[in-house]
Design a protein around this ligand. Structure first.
Ligand code: PLP
Length: 380
């Protein structure tokens, strides 16, 4: 049975060109970048080359890029560093951030290190910019943390607009950009954003490697050696960093073609769901191609109460999707994002996330299989 993988917001397949580039650095040139001998020096040179590539793609300076183990660590580093060492006393965020941000700010508040307030959302989870403006005026010199694209419902924020609101009110802006790095261009020369994060496995690179962008070095979250200019202790993930830079380079080179293709498939998925499952409900702005990222469609099936049963049945048929997000699939607490938008709802939530290798046939097949399963599950 051919598998249909529609869970690309959870993770993506490693691009064969990235794997090919990484392999020699696992097998042959495996030096520790901190070693002074030839292998070590070569590793150091490669890491700095990768840093220059990432910086060039984001229009920033290489000194503003720090490699980490991924976005969870990058978000923690930025949030802890700002609160514990940069004098931030207040964080303004939203209740539908990824847990890598939400649980971190909740922890910082619980420890009494800062206060947290949450921006108002419209009924579809869009950030109320007027409320953001009021809150930044009320709490100047705070840190605003708002994700660029929501990983569950795909909602996008207008990063330039949000960045300008923050700047006008002397607030710093951190954006969890995990779902948009490699998907859309970020021009940091023209967007006054202070901190952003990326994770290679979301753009066809390897798992366990990411980066953070910060104008100034930030206090370490992981203490240890002096790697990454004292921002992140621990031997650098050489092959991972090389893979990250290559995956990002490829994603930028092929961005327009991939965006167009994915958007076409998203439209096809939306139309096909509407035609075949007339009571389907789209979550957030995921069926509005202007207000959501091109790869995510999130739906609720109103006459079915069990996401897990539907996910399980799809799995048996080789269709791989998630509940709210991959992190919440199979968890009894459900999605905090969907609970925020539709409190108390126990309907089935499914997230389709489209990747660069999906085909029309796969989309149509997934909808046909879902329709059959849904008919058999109504009310269960
Ligand atoms: N932030 C968002 C929006 C995500 O979607 C994810 C992963 O799903 C993360 C953070 C965590 O990324 P990582 O797996 O690299 O730690």
């Amino acid at each position: 049975m051919n598998k249909v993988y529609l869970d690309n917001a959870a993770t993506t397949a490693l691009d064969a060109r990235v794997l090919e580039l990484m392999l020699p650095y696992l097998q042959n040139t495996y030096g520790n970048p901190s070693s002074v001998h030839g292998y070590g020096r070569e590793a150091r040179t490669l890491i700095e080359k990768a840093r220059r590539k990432v910086a060039e793609l984001l229009s920033v300076s290489p000194s503003e890029i720090f490699f980490t183990s991924g976005a969870t660590e990058s978000n923690n580093t930025i949030l802890f560093g700002n609160v514990l060492h940069n004098g931030i006393k207040h964080i303004i965020t939203s209740p539908i951030e990824h847990h890598a941000v939400l649980h971190t700010v909740q922890y910082l508040e619980k420890m009494g290190w800062c206060k947290v307030s949450y921006v108002k959302l419209d009924p579809k989870g869009g950030v109320d910019l007027e409320d953001l403006e009021n809150q930044t005026k009320k709490h100047p010199n705070s840190l605003v943390s708002l994700m660029h694209a929501n990983n569950e419902i795909g909602n996008l924020i207008d990063l330039a607009l949000v960045a300008n609101i923050c700047k006008e009110n002397q607030c710093l802006l951190h954006s969890d950009t995990v779902q948009t790095i490699g998907q859309v261009k970020h021009d940091l020369k023209n967007t006054p954003l202070d901190f952003m994060v990326g994770s290679a496995h979301k753009f066809y690179g390897p798992k366990g490697v990411g980066f953070l962008y910060s104008k100034n070095p930030i206090a370490p979250f992981i203490h240890g050696g002096a790697q990454e200019r004292n921002v992140r202790g621990g031997t650098e993930n050489l092959h991972g960093i090389i893979g990250l830079a290559k995956a990002m380079e490829i994603s930028y080179a092929e961005m327009e073609a991939n965006q167009n293709r994915t958007l076409y498939l998203k439209r096809l998925l939306i139309e096909s769901l509407q035609q075949n499952i007339p009571d389907v409900v789209f979550n957030g702005y995921s069926n509005d191609v202007e207000k959501s990222i091109h790869k995510i469609v999130s739906i609720t099936l109103p006459n079915s109460q069990n996401s897990d049963l539907i996910l399980f049945s799809l799995d048996i048929e080789g269709i791989y999707v998630s509940g709210g997000s991959a992190c919440t699939s199979g968890s009894l607490i459900g999605s905090h994002v969907l609970n925020e938008l539709h409190p108390g709802s126990e309907n089935s939530v499914l997230r389709f996330s489209i990747g660069k290798d999906n085909t029309e046939e796969e989309i149509l097949n997934a909808v046909a299989v879902l329709q059959k399963i849904y008919q058999n599950n109504q009310g269960k």
